[in-house]
Ligand binder design. Sequence first.
Ligand code: MCN
Length: 757
Amino acid sequence: MSLLGNRVQRVEDPKFLTRGGDYVGDLALEGAAAAVYVRSTVAHARILGIDTTDAATMPGVLAVLTAADLSLPPLPPPFGPGMWPDTFARPLLATDTVRFVGEPVAVVVAENLYAATDAAGAVIVDYDPLPAVVTLDDAMRGDVLLFPDAGTNQPAAMPTGMVADTSGCEVVLTQRIVNQRVHAAPIEPRTSAACWDGDRLVHYASSQGSHIVLGQLAQIYGLTPDKIRVITPDVGGGFGAKGIPSPEELLVGELARRVGRPVKWTETRTENMLAMVHGRGQLQTVTIGGSRDGTVQAFGLEVLQEAGAYPALGTILPGGTFIMHCGVYRFPSTGFDSKSLVTNTAPVGAFRGAGRPEAAAAIERAMDLFAAEIGMDPVDVRRKNFIPPFTQTYTTRSGATYDCGRFEDALDLALEHAGYPELRAEQARRRAAGDRRALGIGIGCYVEITAMGGAGGITEHGSVELRPDGTILAKTGSTPYGQGHDTTWAMLISDATGVPMDRITVVHGDTDVIPSSGLTGGSRSVQIAGSAMSDAAGRLTDKARAVAADLLEAAPADVVLDTATGAFHVQGTPAKAVSWADIAAASTDTPLTAANEFSQAGPSFPFGAHIAVVEVDLDTGLVQVLRHVAVDDCGTMINPLLVEGQVHGGLAQGVAQAVLEEIRYDADGNPQTSNFADYAVVSATELPSFERVEMETPSPLNPLGAKGIGESGTIGATPAVHNAVCDALAHLGVRHIDMPCTPEKVWRALQAATAPA
Ligand code: MCN
């Protein structure tokens, strides 16, 4: 029986639950020194001087470096030159100007962390403050330029100029929507270690892709790739933010070179909150127009994107928002306009969904606003406008070619499971009774894009090697950081070879072992790396069959693999069988291997529908999420248990954006949320038990039929919960509340709506 589609438990977990993972921060590198960065305490200033004299003479200090001591190029743009002009380049340590609180200005290397921390505190930086550009409005005005040589606060041209035609619409609505800045908050913060093996750099990274780190290191150090080895052991979460290495990580090799011994750097939680890339950060204006029967004729989305102090992936997030701005609807006319702007805040990067959740949030909020305006049930408005089910491709006005979709079916499943009519009846009952605990029901329908990158644009490596004892060593280009690739890849290999999962070892994250790897992001691993692995395992089986045929003195076509026992035999005569160990012993190819580099014809488009039920305390404004029903279709599921785990994590982060989390700065660019006390990172306490309903529409794009699932939960959850909160208060005259819907914001909105005119 095939393992695929079964709820197989994670093979990774016994280690994590007993002795713990192997993290960079715990590495026992002999003789390793510790590094601590000195960070800017002001948002925008000229550096007049840095006095390292005292720090350099403190006990245990091995080196104190500033930008003046380095002769390394700036941080390379993540996807190659041309992403933005060099005038926006980020130096590894601030040179003459600091541009956000937390920017590294100097670094201390010492015998141990305590000595380095003390000495970092003794470095004196003389700042000449400049006006801080904190809001998008400030940045748009352009009175203060972060990069005067660039002559603009816009680092890159973003999709623009597409106008929605609202002429002839009976109803046209416009709403400004804040899609606030949030933090990925991985439990393991950023950390790196490095040492030199002769002229070869060995770099340990907590990363979402070892070869990306290798590429960045090669550019910075001017080394050929063979002179660098990057090792990524276990990673304690990334959520997109560890996709592209930061200056603090990339500099560790230089520090090791300077002090002539290994160096390790691990940041504190506060440093992580200050200086790791943040996510989201869009100010959106939606326009929606249509007729009173619920038909939407036009949808327009204008986006102002916070890029933060230096361009990073956040700069190009509007690209992802643009591609998905039509969502699950057949709007006859759509508009899109966007700008990315630098501000004196931490750089913005990828965070679970990266650009696509922002699109879904805007569309779904607009659909609810429209429904409320015409007095129609939001479900009925959606039904009027869905793209009908399709199995052949469907191309949207943004040029996205959806592979297959059943959007209304997903909503039907969610509605049925949630008991939608009963929920509406309970809401009406509470309203009629004047209950101070208002019930809100919110819908979030979405389609998203996974394995973005275009035809052939993304390839992933998978190889399998038969070892003498009949076990299999698998090498994958994917770099897991919580997703369970070891389990999933072992399932795929076992399915093709009949070798039990506990006799399959999956290795990843070492550039000396794996020839190539992409970035584990955009939920592309199963469809690309998984397909590569499955194909490689199939090829190994074919090679093994040929060897078995020799041993059995039969034609290969007559030899079958019994996947239950993992043995080959001639069709109909199972008594005489050849094991994988027999094959290993008999094969003239030693070891017997098979490899594949897989790419697919285009991205795939997972979709789903979520329904959130919230209760809002009308006296305190406190929102409690009572129920969350999630239908997320990721094509064929390889392991529904792991899919469920991915959805649960995604839901937590999606719900958190709707009601809890927000990175805030004051008017001078001082961070207000630099620890877990000030930043309301979600925990199980704030969440209900999630209700997941399975749905599978296989993708035609890869042999597994798989689409991605890693980000879907986040994408559907945020608008569902956001809409539910607004729905709870609609009868009191509240039209919209910006996220996060904190008790204070809800209370204020209620006061404003119910105040006498
Ligand atoms: N899966 C499956 N069948 C499918 C699709 C997925 O069984 N059709 C299962 C597999 O078990 C696979 C897992 O789901 O191991 C995730 O697969 P996939 O959707 O291909 O996503 P990736 O492995 O490429 O992971 C990336 C995605 C992203 S972009 C972010 S951000 C993210 C995420 O995954 N960050 C995470 N999940 C995370 N999970 C944890 N624990 N920590 C993070 O930081």
